[in-house]
Design a protein around this ligand. Structure first.
Ligand code: SF4
Ligand code: SF4
Length: 382
C-alpha cells in the first residue's frame, strides 16, 4: 500500500480508501440487507491490509452502512483509520436539523467524533440551501465541541459550482469528487482539481471506475489495452490515471467481496504519484477517445433544446442511449428509457415541431435520432 500526506493536515493516508456503499448483502425475506458478519470481516481485512481511510454516509444501504461501519471499527480498528461520514442535506428542513442529524450519525457509528464531516453531494442548489442555513456556523460549532475534526464536502455538479463552493469557505479540510479518465472534463474537471490543489485542499476521488463500467471495457477499448506495451488491466489503467495526480490523496473503492479487496490491495501496492509516463498519459487520452468514438449522438448536454413543448427530455434520452453504446450495455438504456416512458418524457411524445433542432448548436438531427432510439427500444422490448 502506498501512503501520501493528507494535504497539510499532518498525517498520511492510504491511497486506497474503503467506500462503504456497496458492502456485502444478503436477503432477509424479500429485503436486501447488509450481511453484517461478512461486511465487518471485509472492512477489517482491508484495514489489516493497509487501508487507513473509511468513507460512509447517512443514506448508504438504507441507513445501515453507518451502523455496520461502527461495529467494524470496534476492537482497536477505529484508531487505525480516518473516518468520514456525510450530512444528508436533503433531510435538512431547518437549521437545527444539522445538529440533530450529526448527533444521530455519531450515535449510529458509536463514536464521539468523526475525522471528516462532509456536506453530501453538493451542487449549486444545495449550496444556496446551506448558505441560507448558515452552514459555516454549524460546522465551526461542531469542530469546537469536538464532534468533527474537519469539515468538507462531496460534490456532483459542474466546474463553476465546484469553484463557487471551494471559494466560499476558508476551512474546507477536503473535497470528494467524481474523477476518472473519462470524466476529466466533467463535474469538478481537471481545472477544479488543480484549483483545490493550489488552495491546499486534498481531494478524495469517488467513482474511479465509473460505477464499475471502466472495469469491463468494450471490444475496441480492450484491444487498445492489449496492444499497449505497458501491460495493465482495465482496472489498473483507471486507478493509475487518478493516482498520478498529486492533488488526489485517496481513491475510494466500494468493495463487496474479498476478491475485489485483494485485487485492489495488489494494484495499490504499485500505484505512485507521477507513476504514469508521458506515453501512459497520452494513452489514457486514447482510451477516452476510444470510448467517446462509440457515442452515436454527439450531444453535449448543453440543454439549449430544453424545455421541449411536449416535455421530451432530449438530452437525458441521448445521454442514456450514448452511455449504453459506450459501455456496450443495452440493459442500462432499456431500464432508464422505461422510466422515461412511465413519466411521459420519452421520444414518442415528439410532435416534430422542430423547435429543438433550431436551438441545437451542434445542428443535430434530433427528430431522426429520437425516432431511431424509440424504434430501437420498442423492437428490443417486443
Ligand atoms: S421536435 Fe419534438 S422533441 Fe423537438 S421540441 Fe418539438 S416536440 Fe420537442
Ligand atoms: S441542444 Fe443539441 S447538443 Fe444541446 S442538449 Fe439539446 S440535443 Fe444536445
Amino acid at each position: 500500500m502506498q501512503y501520501v500526506p493528507f494535504g497539510k493536515h499532518g498525517f498520511d493516508v492510504s491511497r486506497l480508501g474503503f467506500g462503504c456503499m456497496r458492502l456485502p448483502t444478503r436477503m432477509e425475506g424479500d429485503k436486501q440487507v447488509v450481511d453484517q458478519e461478512a461486511a465487518i470481516a471485509l472492512i477489517r481485512r482491508g484495514i489489516d491490509g493497509g487501508i487507513t481511510y473509511v468513507d460512509t454516509a447517512y443514506p448508504y444501504h438504507g441507513g445501515e452502512s453507518e451502523i455496520v461501519v461502527g461495529k467494524a471499527l470496534k476492537n482497536g480498528y477505529r484508531e487505525k483509520v480516518t473516518l468520514t461520514t456525510k450530512l444528508p442535506i436533503w433531510a435538512v428542513n431547518e437549521e437545527k436539523d444539522m445538529n440533530r442529524l450529526l448527533d444521530e450519525q455519531l450515535k449510529k457509528l458509536d463514536v464521539p467524533y468523526v475525522d471528516f464531516y462532509l456536506l453530501h453531494a453538493m451542487n449549486n442548489e444545495r449550496m444556496d440551501k446551506m448558505i441560507a442555513f448558515h452552514y459555516k456556523d454549524f460546522l465551526a460549532q461542531a469542530v469546537r465541541d469536538g464532534r468533527i475534526k474537519r469539515p468538507g464536502f462531496s460534490f456532483h455538479d459542474g466546474k463553476e459550482a465546484f469553484l463557487r463552493i471551494l471559494h466560499d469557505y476558508d476551512n474546507w479540510g477536503m473535497a470528494q469528487i467524481q474523477f476518472n479518465y473519462l470524466d476529466d472534463q466533467e463535474q469538478a474537471t481537471v481545472d477544479g482539481l488543480r484549483e483545490a490543489g493550489r488552495m491546499g485542499i486534498p481531494l478524495v476521488v469517488m467513482e474511479p471506475l465509473r460505477g464499475g463500467a471502466l472495469a469491463n471495457p468494450p471490444k475496441n477499448v480492450r484491444e487498445l489495452m492489449e496492444n499497449n506495451p505497458h501491460k495493465r488491466s482495465a482496472v489498473e489503467w483507471a486507478f493509475a490515471y487518478i493516482a498520478d495526480y498529486p492533488e488526489v490523496a485517496t481513491i475510494l473503492s466500494g468493495m463487496s467481496s474479498r476478491q475485489q479487496l485483494d485485487d485492489n490491495l495488489r494494484v495499490f501496492d504499485t500505484l505512485t504519484v507521477g507513476g504514469m509516463t508521458d506515453a501512459d498519459r497520452q494513452f489514457a487520452k486514447e482510451l477516452k477517445q476510444a470510448y467517446l468514438s462509440r457515442m452515436p449522438v454527439k450531444c453535449t448536454a448543453c440543454q439549449y433544446c430544453q424545455p421541449c413543448p411536449q416535455n421530451v427530455h432530449i438530452p437525458d434520452i441521448f445521454q442514456a442511449y450514448n452511455s449504453a453504446k459506450m459501455f456496450d450495455d443495452p440493459g442500462r438504456f432499456r431500464g432508464r428509457y422505461r422510466e422515461m416512458i412511465e413519466k411521459a418524457f420519452d421520444a414518442s411524445n415528439c410532435v416534430q415541431c422542430g423547435a429543438c433542432e433550431a436551438a441545437c448548436p451542434q445542428h443535430l438531427s434530433i427528430i431522426d435520432w429520437l425516432q431511431t432510439i424509440d424504434k430501437e427500444y420498442r423492437e428490443t422490448e417486443k
